[in-house]
Design a protein. Structure first.
Length: 88
């Protein structure tokens, strides 16, 4: 989403005000029998803006897996979330 901050003649100066996934896209990502891991972090850019980043990750079945579900344990979720924040 872009918001117009200032108008200079025929030009508009815009400011970035967020990006969201649509509901149908998010619902297509979420699956039964999988774990959804969410993380967010506030990052300061080089020009002084503070941007809040959100990330969603999902567990995936292995190729040779027999079990129907692929849930992650709480300690694994914490490690994955910590790594996600570190990468962001």
């Amino acid at each position: 989403r872009l918001c117009i901050e200032e108008v200079q003649g025929r030009n508009c100066l815009t400011d970035f005000h967020g990006l969201t996934l649509t509901r149908d896209k998010l619902n297509s990502l979420v699956r039964k029998w999988h774990t959804m891991i969410e993380a967010h972090v506030d990052v300061k850019t080089l020009d002084g803006y503070v941007v809040r980043l959100f990330v969603i990750a999902f567990t995936k079945r292995r190729q040779d897996q027999v079990k129907t579900n692929c849930y992650a344990q709480t300690a694994q979720i914490r490690k994955i979330r910590k790594k996600m924040v570190e990468i962001m």
